[in-house]
Write a protein that binds this ligand. Structure first.
Ligand SMILES: [Zn+2]
Length: 328
């Protein structure tokens, strides 16, 4: 038996076993003798939702998750507003939740148990090369490979490889050109504007969405922030054509700038810090009012409830601003 026949036979046996165990399998892929299971029937990749957003001149929000409460609040709000949604998971948040497998299993089960019918994608945020493979194995539907700190040749080679793997598994993939300033999980970058020609060369590798620095930064914006560079955004969009562009660091960008960015081709906006701030403020209010000392106010289901409601309000506000309401 040659290698290809051997692989095919192993694949057939594995599919039979996995189906028997109740897995929903769209595709299997073999890399270096390791099997990867791609996609599942409930969650979707981000490609279709972003292509639709691009054509419809609105943006889909990526809301990062940190735990069960975050996930539940975001999923319920997306369903209530009939909006597509991308659940972002940073490598740090994945580690915090004990690993990407836990995250993938939780989101998939919660999506089913809550009866969510709007499109939901599980997306690795700012992934390393190794992190991307972990998420591919864990059953995420989308990944971001952040090779922005690598020399451009290495960024291109690794992005190319991951595009082929992701697409073979029915997953979508985001790449980044030009470091986005601020701090995300300890990765500090200088605020910068990406080179439109570099954006074009990475877009041509077949990625489904492209993050490009346009003066945006992660976390809270400083008082002396210069604002987004619409000139850069416009130049990048002209070079990359229909490529959905991603705006990172959505917290604290004024509404009119967000709207203009969407007009100029941004189809995905990442929100992380804003949900953290609203969760923290609501929790602080509960504790400072002494409510944890009233009755069974210390019960985590009560103590975390105001924060969870605050996340819902933030997500709702963003989905309305981005124009994704009723676009599921
Ligand atoms: Zn980011």
């Amino acid at each position: 038996m040659n290698n290809a026949e051997n692989d095919a036979e192993q694949k057939t046996i594995l599919v039979a076993v996995l189906l028997h165990l109740g897995y929903n399998i769209q595709q299997l892929w073999i890399i270096n003798n390791t099997f990867y299971i791609g996609g599942n029937n409930m969650l979707v990749n981000a490609k279709d939702m972003l292509d639709k957003a691009k054509a419809g001149h609105y943006a889909v929000g990526q809301f990062n998750i940190n735990n069960l409460e975050w996930t539940k609040s975001i999923l319920l709000t997306a369903q209530e507003l009939n909006s597509p949604v991308i659940l972002g998971v940073s490598e740090g948040a994945g580690k915090y939740m004990t690993g990407f497998k836990t995250v993938a299993a939780m989101v998939k089960a919660m999506d089913e148990e809550l009866g969510i019918t709007v499109p939901v994608a599980t997306h690795l945020d700012h992934g390393t090369y190794e992190g991307c493979y972990k998420c591919i194995k864990a059953g995420f539907t989308s990944i971001m490979f952040d090779g922005s700190s690598l020399p451009i040749d290495e960024n291109v080679a690794k992005t190319k490889e991951l595009v082929a793997v992701a697409h073979n598994l029915g997953m979508s993939i985001e790449a980044e050109v030009g470091a986005i300033g601020g701090e995300e999980d300890g990765v500090v970058g200088q605020g910068e504007c990406a080179d439109p020609d570099e954006c074009k060369s990475v877009a041509d590798l077949g990625v489904d969405m492209l993050a490009a620095g346009i003066g945006n930064i992660h976390g809270k914006y400083p008082a002396n922030w210069a604002g987004l560079s619409f000139e850069t955004l416009d130049a990048i969009q002209k070079k990359t054509g229909k490529m959905p562009l991603v705006l990172h660091g959505g917290t604290g960008i004024p509404d009119d700038m967000i709207k203009k960015a969407i007009d100029l081709g941004v189809s995905k906006i990442n929100v992380n810090t804003e949900c953290q701030l609203s969760f923290a403020a609501a929790t602080r209010e509960y504790i400072e009012a002494g409510k944890d000392n009233e009755g069974k106010g210390y019960d985590p289901r009560k103590l975390l409830a105001p924060g969870a409601e605050a996340i819902k309000a933030t997500v709702k506000e963003k989905m309305e601003l981005f124009g994704s309401v009723n676009k599921a």
